[in-house]
Design a protein. Structure first.
Length: 241
């Protein structure tokens, strides 16, 4: 199958899956609202946008296609900052802390704190629905006292949230299922899956055309990432099927 056709099929499948996911998520929100509670997310509510966001390469590929030159420049600066600081990171906790404290917010946020690629945001973003005020999305729980942590956990609706977080469990679980489908589609096409840090994957596509390289198989892809100094397990995960 021609390279262009491979990615066209994956692109169209992602867009179909987004439509299905959004319709199912609306049902989750309606069910939660019918219980007398509400989701606190809204335009400009971006405190979760400095979390480390992962996606499959298919999702990053779809975002890369629609970026403006200005957005592409912001992605490049963000990715280069990641590469600069990731060298000293040796564990997941340090990586997540670096993401929030050093790297900062998603480079695709607009001046009014809205998502600049909202229609193409990945499943990990679509599935994150807060059941509490966005101040909790910005809170560094490592800085809370034991009493504050206990009070927070006791305030959670354990029947609805992905405990011990305050995000809706139903949409989180859906997001994981749909992301797995995306990974399986990649595996069926190329014989391996590739996922990782969303802005970094977008950078790999815009700067290096990694999608075309992936068409040549697992070994060629891994050789390229290593030789170019672009492979880091916190930023890129590649699994051969």
């Amino acid at each position: 199958m021609a390279k262009q056709n491979q990615w066209q099929i994956l692109r169209e499948e992602i867009r179909r899956q987004y439509e299905l996911f959004d319709s199912l998520t609306l049902r989750c929100i309606e069910e939660y609202s019918n219980s007398g509670k509400r989701i606190h997310c809204g335009k400009g509510c971006c405190e979760c946008c400095n979390l480390a966001v992962n996606s499959t390469y298919s999702e990053a590929f779809c975002v890369a296609e629609i970026l403006t030159e200005a957005q592409t420049a912001l992605i490049k600066a963000h990715a280069e900052k990641l590469l600069k600081h990731i060298a000293g990171v040796s564990d997941l906790k340090s990586y997540l802390s670096m993401q929030r404290k050093t790297i900062g917010f998603c480079p695709l946020l607009t001046d009014d704190r809205a998502c600049g690629v909202y229609g193409q945001r990945p499943f990990s973003c679509r599935s994150l629905l807060s059941t509490m005020d966005n101040v909790w999305c910005a809170t560094d729980f490592a800085l809370l006292s034991p009493a504050e942590k206990i009070a927070f956990m006791e305030s959670l609706d354990r029947q609805a949230v992905a405990f011990p977080m305050h995000y809706l469990a139903a949409s989180r679980d859906l997001g994981q299922q749909f992301e797995s489908r995306s990974a399986l589609a990649l595996a069926a096409t190329f014989g391996f899956t590739l996922s990782g840090n969303l802005p970094f994957l977008i950078y790999l596509e815009k700067e290096y055309g990694l999608g075309s390289i992936m068409c040549h198989g697992y070994s060629v892809t891994m050789d390229f990432l290593h030789q170019a100094g672009l492979f880091n397990p916190f930023l890129v995960t590649v699994e051969k099927i």
